[in-house]
Write a protein that binds this ligand. Structure first.
Ligand code: HEC
Length: 289
């Protein structure tokens, strides 16, 4: 319950007046929600990209380079306290256990008193166990150009260690369930200059913007697409990006102010989407165009 109150308070601060809620679907200023197109109808560029991706998956996803780096970060004694994450960080299955941890996050962490997604948990461990400063980690939290934050490589490593395992977000835990419900509210919340919600673009099958297929994150199938995409290597720009980045960037798509790095809002969205994909196989790191 306390999450819900915090979320509503956050919205009141950050977003449009409450009257913007539950408005009719008409978008303002001539902005159009994406048109529905048959899901099977793929343009030439999509087919070309898919061919290329299959080839890359066979020959080695560039994401693997970040996985290797992440493993090194995980195992090396680092930070002001000079400890390794391997000897101090619990991703939910015990200190240092990485295998299978990713497909069970977000989950509730009693020591932090919060539900956390993988990146948030890793950052929490870097701060609490290794002594890094949160503000430093939050300064430039996502990759751009040649720069890749350490936590991005760590998330990539941790995610890779759940390849071919079933997604199993512990929704039976009331903490997790509560955050899931908040995530569900957020994806349906319409606001901003165009009165969009996540569901405006991602709430039905077969929607597209330009050449991108937009997964329907309210379904098990669409949520799996979202989970499989990130962390992923994005060929545009040649950067490794995390689910946290993806969420933040979609707030931008929505013309919303972006939530703070590693915030409750992002965890709630990831809890909702990932749990919707429960029971399906996580196939490993993504490649995106
Ligand atoms: C204005 C339309 C729009 C809105 C609103 C929007 N998105 Fe997106 N979303 C996109 C587009 C376009 C992409 C693909 C971008 C790309 O691939 O470069 C995308 C991609 C995604 C992906 C990755 C999909 C994949 O195949 O990997 C996820 C997950 C996602 N959005 C979730 C959300 C969530 C959660 C919200 C609400 C906070 C949201 N989006 C709001 C347009 C939107």
């Amino acid at each position: 319950m306390k999450y819900r109150i915090a979320f509503v308070a956050m919205l009141a601060l950050v977003m449009q007046p409450a009257s913007a809620q539950n408005k009719p679907a008409t978008a303002k200023k001539g902005a159009k929600p994406p048109a529905a197109a048959p899901a099977e109808q793929k343009d030439a560029a999509t087919l070309e990209f898919e061919k290329f991706r299959t080839q890359m998956e066979q020959e080695g996803n560039p994401a693997e380079l970040f996985e290797v780096k992440g493993e090194e970060f995980w195992k090396t004694k680092r930070g002001p306290k000079n400890v390794s994450l391997a000897e101090s960080c619990d991703l939910g299955l015990g200190i240092g256990v990485v295998k299978g941890a990713y497909v069970q996050m977000p989950r509730y962490f009693a020591d932090a008193g919060k539900v956390m997604d993988a990146e948030r948990r890793i950052v929490w461990c870097m701060v609490e166990k290794q002594g890094f400063k949160f503000d430093d980690l939050a300064k430039k939290p996502f990759a751009s150009g040649e720069y890749t934050p350490e936590q991005t490589s760590l998330v990539t490593y941790v995610a890779g260690q759940s390849k071919d395992m079933k997604i199993a977000i512990p929704l039976k835990d009331p903490h997790v369930k509560d955050v899931y419900e908040i995530g569900k509210e957020i994806v349906a919340y319409r606001a901003g200059p165009y009165d969009f919600s996540c569901n405006t673009c991602h709430g039905a099958d077969g929607k597209r913007i330009r050449m991108q297929n937009l997964p329907n994150i309210t379904t098990a199938k669409g949520s799996l697409t979202a989970v499989l995409g990130w962390p992923g290597y994005r060929m545009t720009g040649g950067v490794m990006l995390t689910p946290q980045w993806r969420m933040g960037d979609c707030f931008r798509q929505q013309r919303f102010p972006q939530p703070k790095y590693a915030s409750d809002t992002i965890t709630a969205l990831l809890t909702y989407m990932t749990a919707n994909a429960n029971g399906q196989m996580y196939k490993g790191l993504g490649i995106k165009r």
